[in-house]
Ligand binder design. Structure first.
Ligand code: NAD
Length: 442
């Protein structure tokens, strides 16, 4: 059997696990997908994809003969040597990463299956874990007599919304290992993707992931701070970012000002790095600011609404978009959660619409009206706030929106709308860091 066609196990079939499994199946491996969520496994066996991720359903369907689903880790152990671990590592109350699911996987591997050498198994960590986790798991493995079980760190960089494409053409593949067969096997598995490879030690690989996310989050908080200064000085942050981004040391990406970052990764990974530094005695001052700026940024929408409307008591506010970004149904740490709660606390009536995330959102957001489409959400609204820049919102007919609203204010929380089109419909446009544009027809 050629190395890139070796069977693999994937433990955890969420956003990362299922994409990884489908991607390796596409490259020719038999993939044994394991999850403790029996309902999820039953749906996957029935050909149903439990998450929304563009292109994923098609890739799973095309490779269904090579994808096997089970709740029993023994099914993967029996057929595959490399076990990719893609379980969740959510934040704890202290801000540290909760590694209980990772430890549960380690526990679930019986000592007898951890034979040494090329016949043995290896854990390949895709989950985002603090630097030092690999070393501590290796100590646990030794204590449990699982001496033959190798450990490889292979952090995942895919982005929800473009995860399939990111798997098939990654910017880089990072592999941290002890120089044993397992590291070589993971390198061979990824070889067909022909991506730049960083092969390093385990702690450095773990740190690449945390440092990358912390840097991207810093870039977002930085441009949001610039946006806030732009509002004070009359500059337009969109023009400023364009001018900055042309410097190839800076680049255009992650220079879009808005109402803050959310999602399952940035907030938790930035916090986890801050905690990791703190736990080892280092005060990571910059990350404190990045986190605080992000929290304040979500709330700036409230002050903008107050500036225009005076009070929010009894005011109808329409939120367009709930997911933390377009092309996903992921609601984890979405800005909409803070916004809808703050608005209701200030007495506003909130109408919301998201083309995909409603099912996820219903269990997290209470007291709001879930509308059937964008126009329904705008019905009777004093203000419309763009929270998630789904394409269908960018293509809205603003004359139709204006006809449904009782007020005139459109707050563009992502600087993604055509300000002139909004104003031409008789509405007042306000973005982030770019002042307002009042009704052109009024
Ligand atoms: P997720 O919550 O969507 O999926 C995790 C899955 O693991 C769930 O289906 C859960 O049932 C399963 N699971 C939990 N404990 C298990 C166990 N003991 N055995 C088997 N299955 C178990 O999480 P996700 O978004 O896919 O993230 C997974 C990891 O990858 C996290 O560490 C995350 O930080 C990291 N990551 C996520 C992204 C992203 O965009 N979502 C990107 C890069 C890295």
């Amino acid at each position: 059997m050629s190395a890139e066609r070796q069977p693999i196990g994937v433990i955890g079939t969420g956003y990362v696990g299922l994409v990884t499994a489908a991607g390796f199946a596409q490259l020719g491996s038999d993939v044994f997908c394991i999850d403790i969520d029996a309902d999820k496994i039953a749906r996957l066996k029935a050909g149903e994809i439990p998450i929304y991720e563009p292109g994923l359903a098609e890739m799973v369907a095309a490779n269904s003969a090579r994808m096997h689903f089970s709740t029993k880790i023994a099914d993967a152990l029996a057929r595959a040597r490399l076990l990719f671990v893609a379980v969740g590592t959510p934040p704890t109350y202290s801000g540290d990463a909760d590694l209980s699911a990772v430890h549960a996987v380690v526990e679930a591997i019986p000592a007898g299956s951890a034979r040494g050498g090329e016949q043995g198994h290896a854990l390949v960590m895709k989950s985002t874990v603090p630097a030092g986790t690999g070393a501590s798991i290796k100590r646990v493995l030794a204590e449990q007599g699982k001496h033959g079980l190798c450990y490889v760190s292979c952090p995942e960089f895919l982005k929800e919304g473009s995860a399939v494409k990111d798997f098939m053409s990654p910017d880089r593949v990072v592999i941290g290992d002890d120089g044993d067969w397992a590291g070589d096997a993971v390198v061979e598995l990824y070889a067909p993707l022909d991506a730049p490879l960083v092969r390093t030690d385990i702690a450095s690989a773990e740190m690449v992931k945390l440092a990358s996310n912390a840097f991207l989050a810093t870039k977002i908080s930085f441009i949001n701070e610039i946006a806030n200064v732009c509002e004070e000085t009359g500059a337009d942050v969109v023009e400023v970012a364009k001018g900055m981004g042309l410097d190839d040391r800076i680049g255009h990406k992650f220079l879009q000002a808005g109402i803050g970052f959310g999602g399952s990764c940035f907030p938790k990974d930035v916090n986890a790095l801050k905690q990791l530094a703190g736990n080892s005695g280092y005060h990571f001052q910059l990350l404190n600011a990045v986190i605080e700026v992000n929290e304040l940024q979500k709330r700036r929408v409230i002050s903008k609404l107050l500036k225009h409307l005076g009070s929010l008591v009894g005011v109808k506010v329409c939120l367009l978009g709930l997911a933390f970004k377009p092309n996903t149904d992921d609601m984890r740490d979405a800005s909409s959660l803070v916004l809808s709660a703050r608005l209701q606390a200030d007495g506003a009536h909130v109408r919301v619409y998201d083309p995909v995330a409603e099912r996820e959102a219903r269990s997290l957001i209470r007291g709001v009206h879930f509308a059937t489409d964008a126009l329904d959400a705008a019905q009777g609204a004093d203000a419309v706030v763009l929270v998630t820049e789904w394409r269908e919102f960018l293509e809205l007919d603003w004359a139709q929106v204006a006809a449904r609203m009782s007020g005139k204010l459109v707050l563009d929380g992502r600087n993604a709308l055509d300000a002139h089109a909004v104003a031409a419909a008789g509405l007042t446009y306000e973005g982030i860091g770019r002042g307002s544009l009042t009704s052109l027809s009024g």
